[in-house]
Design a protein around this ligand. Structure first.
Ligand SMILES: Nc1ncnc2c1ncn2[C@@H]1O[C@H](COP(=O)(O)OP(=O)(O)OP(=O)(O)O)[C@@H](O)[C@H]1O
Length: 246
């Protein structure tokens, strides 16, 4: 399919730049990035440490505002929205699994999982909550509070929470980084299912070539720019592309 219109994409970044700091300490984290994520696609974002992967996710998800350029989600340029409109758009269309899990300390794993759904005034399906928590390996931990869970377990609560509301767009920053192999594969299968079965658009940062093979395509960032992309690559192709830069 030929896609020229930014609205053909679930998320579209046009000429996005993000700089941190000023003067001698200035860092250009993203430099004039233009990229679209087609609806229902699963994209992996890779590149060396400091290349701008997290910044790309933060800008694309509306958690951070770029200095230049536009970011479209659900047909709206989110860089032009007021805070309240942005918060509502994010609540209704976007799910995130980022490195800080933002779990509510006083709520159990199950309560944290259903929180965004409840905030959006929807009724969570208890069977689906149980199934998701089981699939991310948290069966038996549903009533544990974050302080009673390991870092990896807290991350899995964040993954279940992001998946439960079936957002149109799901951003995940290293969702399998802290997980054992088996749980990591289950999480990747859930992300694949989100795209294939529910038409959700998934954008995932990962350092792991094997995790990236679950995606339809891989984008490579270097020094704030997208320098390459591969469609349906093998582990070996990804590893070869990353070379010594990991
Ligand atoms: N809040 C900040 N203040 C200043 N500089 C920042 C900030 N956040 C990121 N940077 C800088 O911007 C650049 C891109 O950072 P970013 O976290 O996006 O990279 P990354 O590719 O996700 O790295 P990693 O793989 O190590 O997580 C880096 O040089 C980083 O030091």
């Amino acid at each position: 399919m030929i896609m020229n219109d930014p609205d053909d994409y679930a998320v579209h970044l046009q000429d996005v730049s993000r700089t941190y700091g000023k003067g001698p300490t200035e860092v250009a984290a993203l430099r004039h990035v233009t990229v679209g994520f087609p609806r229902g696609s699963f994209t992996a974002v890779m590149g060396p440490s400091g290349s701008g992967k997290s910044t790309l996710l933060q800008c694309a998800s509306g958690l951070d505002r770029p200095q230049t350029g536009s970011v479209r989600i659900a047909g709206r340029d989110i860089t032009r929205l007021r805070e309240k409109e942005l918060a509502e758009l994010r609540r209704d269309h976007v799910g995130v699994v980022f490195q800080s899990f933002n779990l509510v300390p006083s709520l159990t794993a199950a309560q944290n999982t259903v929180l965004p759904t409840r905030l959006a005034r929807r009724r969570p399906d208890p069977a689906r909550v149980r199934d998701l928590l089981q699939r991310v390996g948290l069966a038996g931990r549903e009533r544990h509070r974050p302080a009673q869970l390991s870092g990896g377990q807290q991350q899995r609560v964040a993954i279940a929470r992001a998946l439960l509301s079936r957002p149109e767009v799901l951003f995940a920053d290293e969702p399998t980084g802290a997980l054992d192999r088996g749980t990591g594969h289950e999480v990747l299968a859930l992300l694949r299912e989100a795209a294939d079965t529910y038409g959700q658009t998934v954008v995932m940062v990962t350092h792991d070539p094997e995790a990236a093979t679950y995606a339809d395509g891989v984008l490579f960032l270097t020094d704030g720019r997208i320098v390459d992309s591969l469609r349906r690559p093998s582990v070996d192709q990804i590893a070869a592309r990353l070379g010594g830069s990991r």
